[in-house]
Write a protein that binds this ligand. Sequence first.
Ligand SMILES: Nc1ncnc2c1ncn2[C@@H]1O[C@H](COP(=O)(O)OP(=O)(O)OP(=O)(O)O)[C@@H](O)[C@H]1O
Ligand SMILES: [Mg+2]
Length: 231
Amino acid sequence: MNTIVSARGVNITRGKNHILHDLTFDLQPGSITGIIGPSGSGKTTLMRAIVGVQKYEGDLEVLGHQAGAKDNRGRIGYMTQAASVYEGLTVRENLTYFSQLTGEKNDTEDTIEFLGLTQQRDQKVSTLSGGQRNRVSLGAALVGKPALLVLDEPTVGLDPLTRENIWSHLRSLDTSILISSHVMDEAARCDDILLLRDGQLLAHSSPADLLVAADAPNLDAAFLNLIRKAQ
Ligand SMILES: Nc1ncnc2c1ncn2[C@@H]1O[C@H](COP(=O)(O)OP(=O)(O)OP(=O)(O)O)[C@@H](O)[C@H]1O
Ligand SMILES: [Mg+2]
């Protein structure tokens, strides 16, 4: 497989709204790709299509199959933007459940540790703070050791130390990762960036090349320049 995701002329309409416009790009295996863009630009919609829960037009291949194909079941770990784990189960029970879904021998204890949830491991999710719940959701996406991880704003609301732990863990994984974020220092950690605005792909390059293309001193300024130029 040469690409992990290959999009050719992908268009998505939700309700009456044309959300994503003619997206074409390839993502390489083993890389961390950031999907960056203002609120409402289509990041979640694109992720939904890639994991196979969103209809699209055009050609979208994921892990060598059409997006949504049965063959990809259990091969993609998806962390949705809103925490989506079982409130009535404990941290450990949730992670065990999600790892069993994929049939993978689980590394639940390691995952609990790097998420910083050791003390809460036997607490029900309903009794956790918002950031702790998000971390359980991230754990649920990770435990099946998927070939592709799709993480929709996984570090939102987390402190710098926890964010650092999560990033170093993601870096240590032997898997391809697609991650959306609003935080520019996170964009800078990605190998590759897809910059979206109003459902259009404004740029696809490494963070370093983006700085050059936008003639900007930092990524914040680069995004503003590119987004303004497109208006
Ligand atoms: N079910 C729906 N029906 C119609 N329009 C929708 C639907 N879901 C989302 N949209 C619209 O699609 C656009 C893209 O939404 P999406 O959730 O993909 O954005 P996003 O980039 O993830 O935003 P955020 O950063 O706020 O999470 C928005 O304008 C939104 O209003
Ligand atoms: Mg979103």
